[in-house]
Design a protein around this ligand. Structure first.
Ligand SMILES: NC(=O)c1ccc[n+]([C@@H]2O[C@H](COP(=O)([O-])OP(=O)(O)OC[C@H]3O[C@@H](n4cnc5c(N)ncnc54)[C@H](O)[C@@H]3O)[C@@H](O)[C@H]2O)c1
Ligand SMILES: C[N+](C)(C)CC=O
Length: 499
């Protein structure tokens, strides 16, 4: 009998073929749990359950205020159960417990934000140019949504979809990464416990090629919201196009961290380390491209290399660890190949470029790595590493800094470090990325839109636009004094009158 960890139509169930998957902690290989490995049939069943719930209207027909107050209860429950959620996230991802605790706080804040925003949505009146017309715009739920999430911030990325989808009145099927299912299971438990009608929230675990493919192509799905890699995003967009689904894509980044000579050196250095090495660089917005003004480059990079070499790697519950492992052996092989190719193409390895040794051999550790002497067009400047790797480029003018910062097909995030407010603002404006930090790196807020220019994605999460993704705007035009227009004459009547 398979583990009953799929949640379909309000019922916990195993996979239709009895399949299971063991989840191991990437920090030490320990077994975390065994979950159901959903099939294509399970995915289709979940879509139909979501469709039936949406059409029944028990959730989609509630007022936005009622939906909002439900989301506020979810936020409270997440705060009550923060320890369970944080521990589960940490065991699946290997990230430090403190990082998972921050994630759960952010997730609760996200539900609270959309809970409050939902109650504020009441459509709007439009001036139709006549006192005899009432013209208004109503915001209705898009319908059934497929929510497909990655492994690096498993529940956070799912919450950025679940909270606005529920606020808007949608029903959904969630597919987390096959590597990190446990916090999604806990989330369904909370939604069920708080009384969300059956079928509004569904969970199907399993891999992308079976479960994900059904979720992005099924005719009963109205919207696919995906966070993950660029190549997967292209496949999903193509698959959704056949039935013209709405598509929201949050993809990768190749994010510039631009440091001018007049920056606060210590703050810029400290944040350059955070930008590149937090969560071992497995962050879509990681500052993986350090672009530093030539006059301070040697000193800045020497210090960066010295400090990167001191970073303590370790397991999620090791109080001395400053960052953790990569998610899997396969991902570590990918990061290894990325660095090796860069070096083969002529980049200079300043530190790292190797796996963790000793106790770290139990997990998938890769040492913080700095590559300099990189030039435009090298693969390490084009491709996302999604690991603890930072490349170094230098510039001599503001225009050159902007040019380098925009020299990518991605456009997710970037930072500018300078104590000259005017210059920082000019550069921020010129950079073609969805988020720009000035004298900071990494903060994101539920009330501020998140998403990418260029090939970093389509649409936005968070903020009012993040709710609008899950809504259809409907124009209702009511003529309260209908008149005969006479546009088409009644020729037969006119002829009869003439006779
Ligand atoms: N822009 C953002 O906000 C953001 C946030 C987090 C991660 N990311 C990106 O995510 C990537 C890392 O995550 P990942 O390795 O889990 O990405 P991935 O693309 O391999 O997988 C993401 C999800 O898509 C599913 N999937 C895979 N193939 C599929 C298919 N053919 N059809 C449908 N679903 C499919 C996977 O099972 C998983 O649930 C990085 O590129 C990172 O930059 C972006
Ligand atoms: C969006 N963010 C920064 C939380 C995670 C990106 O991988």
């Amino acid at each position: 009998m398979s583990a009953s960890t799929l949640f379909i139509g309000g019922t916990w169930t195993g996979a239709s073929d009895g399949g299971t998957r063991d989840i191991h902690c990437p920090a030490d290989g320990e077994l975390v749990g065994t979950v159901a490995e959903g099939t294509a049939d399970d995915a289709a069943r979940a879509v139909l359950a979501a469709r039936a719930a949406f059409d029944a209207g028990e959730w989609s027909g509630k007022s936005p205020l009622e939906r909002g107050s439900f989301l506020l209860k979810v936020a409270d429950r997440l705060r009550d159960r923060k320890n369970d959620f944080a521990r589960a996230e940490t065991l699946d991802t290997g990230k430090r417990l403190v990082e998972s605790e921050i994630d759960i706080d952010d997730i609760a804040n996200c539900f609270e934000y959309f809970g409050k925003l939902a109650g504020q949505e009441s459509g709007r009146l439009v001036d139709a140019g006549s006192p005899m017309v009432v013209s208004r715009i109503e915001y209705e739920p898009v319908g059934v949504c497929s929510l497909i999430a990655p492994w690096n911030y498993p529940l956070l990325q799912a919450a950025w979809k679940i909270a606005p989808a529920l606020a808007a009145g949608c029903s959904f099927v969630l597919k987390p990464s096959e590597l990190t299912p446990h916090t999604s299971i806990l989330m369904m438990d909370v939604l069920q416990e708080l009384g969300l009608p059956d079928g509004v929230a569904n969970l199907v675990l399993g891999d992308g090629k079976t479960v994900g493919a059904v979720l992005s192509s099924h005719p009963d799905v109205d919207l696919v919201s995906f966070t993950g890699g660029l190549e997967t995003g292209k496949v999903i967009a193509a698959s959704a196009a056949a039935s013209v689904k709405k598509v929201a894509l949050e993809l990768g980044g190749k994010n510039p961290n631009i440091v001018f000579a007049d920056a606060d050196f210590d703050a810029a250095l400290d944040n350059a380390l955070n930008a590149a090495f937090v969560h071992s660089g497995q962050v879509c917005s990681a500052g993986a491209r350090l672009i530093v003004e030539e006059s301070i480059a040697e000193k800045f990079v020497d210090e960066l290399v010295r400090r990167a070499g001191q970073i303590r790697l370790g397991g999620p519950f090791d109080p001395d660890a400053e960052t953790g492992p990569l998610i899997s052996a396969a991902h570590r092989d990918k990061v290894t190949a990325y660095v090796d190719k860069g070096v083969a193409e002529g980049a200079r390895l300043r530190c790292g470029g190797a796996w963790g040794t000793g106790d770290l051999e139990k997990g998938f550790y890769y040492l913080p790595t700095v590559l300099d002497q990189v030039t435009s067009g090298m693969s390490v400047l084009v491709d996302e590493a999604f690991g603890p790797v930072v490349t170094v480029e230098t510039f001599t003018s503001e225009a050159e800094a902007v040019k380098l910062g925009n020299d990518t097909h991605y456009g997710l995030a970037g930072a500018v470090w300078s104590q000259d407010a005017g210059k920082s603002q000019r550069v921020a404006r010129a950079l073609r990325h969805g988020t720009i930090w000035i004298n900071d790196f990494h903060p994101y807020l539920p009330q501020a839109e998140w998403g990418g220019f260029g090939q970093s994605g389509v649409g936005r999460e968070l903020g009012p636009t993040g709710l609008a993704e899950y809504q259809e705007a409907k124009h209702v035009y009511q003529n309260i004094d209908p008149q005969v227009t006479g546009w088409f004459a009644d020729h037969a009547a006119a002829t009869a009158e003439g006779n």
